[in-house]
Design a protein around this ligand. Structure first.
Ligand code: NDP
Ligand code: 2IT
Length: 449
């Protein structure tokens, strides 16, 4: 069951459906935000008058382009790429690039829409955008990845810039891809413009702690949610879906704070290791060798691999979805509740379905939505931009400390906003309203643009 919409908001949502046919993930992301904004329009009628919600739902600019490239056999391949420049009221468009075969405009728009509010919550001067391609990096050689990135940037370069739009990584885009993208941007423009991309390598303008930031940040947010309940992560049994960038560093920080992480996954299966995930082995397999997760159990007897298994059936106290959208359904939420789960923090973007969120919240589970809980990645990207602008480079400890402060502030802001709007402890309400108010007031101040 999904909540109804306020009578002022229903026609706005119907218009979004009509104008964006078939983009189901985008509809889902918009609906989730609109469901929480009714009381905001009562308190701030001027935002309704200014049609701020209607304006926020329409991207400022959408770019769709062809990416032709040649594979190692000499065959010509064609992909489609996107950059949706959603909202620049608070700063240059900022958000990652996703390379995954499932990418189409509706995915990039849902991600770009969520990015607006997430970036507002960081308190840093960044607008919202997102991009990507239906290119599948799996099984491609480094040379193929490079040629694809170079071809993509040959079009993208004219749309981005440190004061315009600053892409970074997301699914399928990490340090290797950012390197090829940055190299081509530099070559085409003849400018060493560090601030045009984030997630760069440490020896060419990257920030320390950016690789770790999303996963660490999600755990800092989780800690704050547990603190409110007089509890902590220490000694808790956790499961983390995915085994990519966000999952690996969520596991690292959870373990550092004394949690027992017993399972992780990829799109083929689940690893359960009751002795605790061996993080050095996981990093070796995923980051160095770029192999499938099933390799983990070949190296570690005692761990089990569940092919096509569902990670949410593994009993745990804390669940961290860190893979992809709609990976945690109502049925999964019911099995978490049954097994005594107390908290869910979303490392991924929109990983829990609306029905899943409903089940978790009804059961009184602490629920940290992605646009708050995973904001540490983009926040540290903004810290990378700060370092680039001042041609400086901070220590790991200092950068991590800044990240932690940002996550504590986001948690406090969401919690206090939820209280102010009579939904104490509902972080979905808190994150949506706090993010919306920051962007909405800025848009109103900037006039009709
Ligand atoms: P990676 O590419 O590093 O890892 C993605 C992981 O999720 C892999 O284990 C992958 O498995 C799994 N996965 C991806 N797509 C699917 C799918 N359709 N079904 C099942 N499993 C899937 O990406 P990240 O770790 O960077 O991103 C993970 C999530 O976190 C995404 O939702 C992303 O938007 C979000 N995020 C990322 C941030 C960042 O800084 N990187 C910041 C904030 C949010 P497989 O290898 O089998 O595909
Ligand atoms: O979803 C996200 O916030 C990201 N993929 C990170 C974006 C960024 O610009 O660092």
């Amino acid at each position: 069951m999904v909540a109804g919409l306020d009578e002022k908001l229903e026609p706005i949502f119907q218009d979004v459906l009509r104008r964006n046919p078939g983009e189901t993930e985008f509809h889902q992301a918009v609906r989730e935000v609109l469901e929480t904004l009714g009381p905001v329009l009562v308190k701030y009628p001027e935002l309704a008058e200014q049609k701020i919600i209607q304006r926020i739902c329409e991207p400022e600019r959408q770019i769709i382009f062809r990416v032709p490239w040649q594979d190692d056999r000499g065959q010509i391949q064609i992909n489609r790429a996107f950059r949706v420049e959603f909202n620049s009221a608070l700063g240059p468009y900022k958000g990652g690039m996703r390379f995954h075969p499932s990418v189409y405009l509706g995915i990039i728009k849902f991600l770009g829409f969520e990015q607006i509010f997430k970036n507002a919550l960081t308190g840093l001067p960044i607008g919202g955008g997102k991009g990507g391609s239906d290119f599948d990096p799996k099984g491609k050689s480094d040379a193929e990845i490079m040629r694809f990135c170079q071809s993509l940037m040959t079009e993208l370069y004219r749309h981005i810039g440190e004061h315009t739009d600053v892409p970074a990584g997301d699914i399928g885009v990490g340090g290797r891809e950012i390197g090829y993208l940055f190299g081509q941007y530099k070559r085409i423009t003849n400018r060493y413009e560090s601030g045009v991309l984030t997630g760069k390598g440490l020896n060419w303008g990257g920030s320390r702690a950016r690789t770790e930031a999303t996963g660490y940040g999600a755990i800092f947010f989780l800690e704050e949610m547990l603190k409110v309940r007089g509890d902590s992560i220490e000694g808790k049994t956790c499961v983390v879906s995915g085994s990519g960038n966000v999952a690996i560093y969520a596991i690292e920080k959870a373990q550092a704070l004394g949690a027992r992480v017993i399972a992780c996954s990829d799109s083929n299966g689940v690893v359960v290791d009751q002795d605790g995930i061996d993080l050095a082995l996981l990093k070796q397999i995923k980051e160095v060798e770029r192999r499938r997760l099933s390799a983990y159990v070949q190296e570690r007897t005692g761990a089990t691999y569940l092919e096509n298994g569902c990670i949410w059936t593994v009993p745990c106290q804390i669940a961290l979805p860190c893979a992809t959208q709609n990976e945690l359904t109502a049925k999964d939420a019911q099995s978490l509740v049954r097994n005594g789960c107390i908290a869910v923090a979303e490392g991924a973007n929109m990983p829990t379905t609306p029905e899943g969120i409903h089940v978790l919240m009804d059961a009184g589970i602490a629920f940290g939505p992605g646009k708050a809980a995973n904001a540490g990645g983009v926040a540290t990207s903004a810290l990378e931009m700060q370092q680039n602008a001042s041609r400086d480079s901070w220590s790991f400890e200092y950068t991590e400390q800044r990240l932690k402060e940002i996550m504590v502030n986001i948690h406090r802001n969401c919690y206090e906003t939820s209280e102010e709007f009579d939904s104490k402890g509902n972080y979905v309400v808190g994150a949506n309203i706090a993010g919306f108010l920051k962007v909405g007031h800025a848009m109103a101040a900037l006039g009709l643009v």
